[in-house]
Design a binder for this molecule. Structure first.
Ligand code: ADP
Ligand code: MG
Length: 701
């Protein structure tokens, strides 16, 4: 049963009911705008144009007529210069989804043509296609511009699928726009005026319409697109604010005491807290001490000292007579955390136990009994800890480490392990502020933006794969001076088996050069005990080089490791490269990261590796990653659809996020059940952008 306001029905009707959408077009439209589901009118409406192009001439390459002027939106795929020393044309192959065509240039220096049409760039190319020797070619295009530049008097260009042209989409969109009902305004009128944003229906009409002669549309500033983006942002922030409100209202307890245990642990440390740590601890304690449920994200780059902050938070809960749990993503990490925490917490007399899937039965039974009896203060474990029947005497705080891949609803489920459990989620993936708001808007955020003093910077170098010998040489030198080396092998294919094979092969090759005993191997297909053993041998310096697939990505700490080799670095995401590099630079000695790439690199790959070389700042890297790749990839939530937006582009609209967040929280403070006039209009907005899970919470709560 849906409580969707019936006023929205025309927009949720199937797109096949639109004028001009017949049985041939309908399935194509499903694929194009609805990821294969039956497309609805609103899917068509929210499939915004990707650009605009000179009117009257735009077409797909395959359908473009010969002998008359056309404009094509194409990607430059290859250059074929005249053979050395020969006279002849310089040819450039360009293509769109439907086909390709050759651009031909006579008497132009190769360098100029290459500068005009860099491989991989998107261009609008105008000219006349001719058939020459059976090939379609365009000799000396009359106009070449960046796709983004568009042209005055232009029509929208859409992302396309096989068999559909922009013209067709524009026509369908035009009839979809006619279905838009008169909806109540859900935005604050004053805010709209102040930001020059038009009403919703007008914005939808305008984004799909031909742009009048003399006007241009820059997606970054286009008020029509921005209005729709703001609507979507507000819908998502409102849904999160409703979750947050419900969570906080559900009766928190006071989970902080006198501060005595916290002080005792801090006093016993061989170092002082960083400013950022002090700040984060204070923010967390304030939440714990209040009668609301904490829902907080602790963000900090690798090595920024999150574990210590977590410990002090847990000590606060223990002061209040409660227990605390720390959940780690892997077995190895759970054990490492337990070991560290036990040592750090000893001065305060805190009792720590570890629960993983691999404890010996007797030991496990003893631990479980002690936890239930309240003889354990801090329980460290893997995710199993939250799912299994681990009974606490009185759990006050749960800390989840490195789990930014959780969705909102999983985070809520985690809180159910005790009575109004306070929740602290720690992530080592620096998330750009905009993205953190988008994905974690219902959480409060503490940021560790400062590293403990005394870290040596990591030197990062880019090395072409054909100089692998030099890399091996550098590794041998590092070994000779007693340093340890991580060697991460390429992601060969989708198949893990193939990745493992590649790692095995590399290990064999390195053993031939560096000696059998010096090279260890770890990968995802080893059993947990073998993995631990391989890791332990490396940490102890028995093996000097640890060849691995990406299983070492998370958290493990080996201070003597000072060299990180990453093969096929161009295939990794920036966030992943940053995580991997964070494994080194943890000790006294200078560290080096060698990013081995296989050329030639495309523009984006080059930019990514260059970013890695230039900076170690996780937040800067994350911002760049967001710009280059888009949000879903970074959060790993594309499938979960959590932060996936239809209209919003976080690279362009990030500036609107904070406003949407503040507005959403204000609305929920004033009208928590969305029953006022604006509240009711906002319910419509939630349904429109399908964030109505928030509305269901209203009913349930
Ligand atoms: P993260 O979990 O954020 O990657 P850790 O908590 O593992 O970072 O801390 C990394 C290292 O820094 C650990 O060895 C820890 O003991 C140390 N450390 C933490 N806080 C400080 C501090 N304020 N001063 C010096 N060293 C610190
Ligand atoms: Mg950590």
């Amino acid at each position: 049963m849906s409580l969707r306001p019936s006023i929205l029905d025309p927009l949720f009707a199937l797109a096949s009911t639109l004028k001009g959408v017949g049985p041939r077009l309908a399935p194509l439209l499903d694929r194009l705008v609805a990821e294969g589901r039956p497309a609805r009118v609103l899917d068509v409406l929210f499939h915004l144009p990707t650009g605009i192009v000179s009117r009257g001439t735009l077409g797909a390459v395959r359908d473009a007529p010969t002998g008359e002027p056309v404009t094509l939106a194409v990607t430059v795929s290859a250059h074929r210069p005249a053979a050395a020393g020969r006279r002849g044309p310089h040819r450039v192959l360009v293509e769109d989804e439907t086909g390709d065509v050759t651009l031909v240039f006579f008497n132009l220096p190769q360098r100029r043509v290459e500068a005009m049409l860099p491989v991989g760039t998107r261009k609008l190319v105008s000219g006349t296609i001719e058939l020459w020797d059976g090939h379609r070619q365009m000799v000396h295009p009359s106009r070449i511009v960046d796709e983004a530049a568009g042209a005055p008097g232009s029509e929208p260009v859409y992302g396309l699928t096989e068999g559909v042209t922009s013209r067709i989409v524009a026509r369908v969109a035009a009839s979809a726009v006619e279905r838009v009902p008169d909806l109540p305004e859900w935005q604050d009128a004053a805010w709209l005026r102040a930001n020059g944003l038009p009403p919703f229906a007008q914005a939808l009409r305008a984004v799909h319409a031909t742009v009048p002669e003399g006007e241009t549309r820059d997606p970054a500033t286009d008020p029509f697109r921005r209005r729709l983006a703001y609507d979507e942002l507000l819908a998502s922030q409102l849904a999160l604010a409703l979750v947050r409100n419900r969570q906080r209202r559900s009766g928190g307890r006071v989970n902080a005491g006198t501060g005595e245990l916290v002080s005792r642990i801090a006093a016993a440390l061989p170092f002082g807290l960083t400013g950022a740590q002090t700040r984060a601890v204070a923010e967390i304690r304030e939440d714990l001490a209040a009668e609301i449920r904490m829902l907080r994200l602790l963000q900090g780059d690798v090595g920024s000292g999150k574990t210590l902050v977590a410990l002090l938070a847990m000590a606060s809960a223990v002061e209040a007579g409660r227990q605390a749990a720390l959940v780690a993503p892997t077995e190895i990490l759970a054990r490492q955390h337990a070991e560290r925490l036990t040592a750090l917490a000893a001065p305060a007399g805190l009792r720590v136990a570890v629960i993983t899937g691999r404890d010996r039965p007797a030991e496990r039974r003893r631990s479980l009994a002690a936890i239930e009896a309240g003889e354990i203060d801090i329980v460290v474990g893997t995710h199993a800890l939250m799912q299994e029947s681990v009974a606490f005497r009185d759990l006050g705080l749960a800390v989840i480490d490195e789990q930014h891949r959780f969705g909102v609803h999983q985070r809520i489920a985690l809180g159910r392990k005790g009575e109004s459990v306070d929740l602290l989620v720690m992530t080592a993936t620096p998330i750009p502020r905009t993205l953190a708001l988008a994905a974690f808007g219902e959480m409060d955020v503490s940021v560790l933006d400062e590293k403990p003093p005394g870290r040596k910077p990591i030197v990062t170098r880019l090395v072409s794969a054909d100089r692998l010998d030099e890399v091996t040489g550098a590794v041998a030198r590092a070994m000779a001076s007693g340093d340890l080396v991580y060697w991460v092998c390429p992601l060969v294919a989708e198949s893990e088996t193939l990745d493992v094979a590649a790692a095995e092969e590399r290990a064999t090759e390195l053993r031939a050069v560096l000696g059998d005993a010096a090279v260890g191997l770890i990968h995802g297909q080893l059993g947990p005990a073998d993995k631990d053993a391989a890791m332990a041998r490396f940490a102890a310096g028995e093996t000097k080089v640890l060849v691995s697939t990406t299983v070492i990505e998370v958290g493990v700490d080996v201070p003597r490791a000072t060299v990180m080799v990453i093969e096929h670095a161009e295939r990794f995401g920036l966030a992943q490269l940053h995580q991997l590099r964070g494994r080194i630079g943890r000790g006294e000695r200078a560290s080096t990261c060698l990013l081995v790439f296989k050329g030639p690199l495309g523009e984006t790959a080059k930019a990514r590796l260059e970013t890695m070389r230039r900076t170690e700042d996780g937040f800067a890297i994350a911002e760049e990653d967001l710009r280059l790749r888009g949000e879903g990839e970074i959060l790993g939530t594309r499938q979960a659809g959590q932060a996936a937006f239809r209209v919003v582009r976080l690279d362009l609209d990030g500036d609107l996020l904070a406003a949407a967040r503040d507005d959403a929280r204000l609305v929920v403070d004033r009208d928590p059940d969305l029953t006022g006039e604006r509240g009711r209009a906002l319910r419509t907005l939630l349904y429109l952008f399908e964030r109505d899970a928030g509305v269901r919470l209203l009913r349930a709560g």
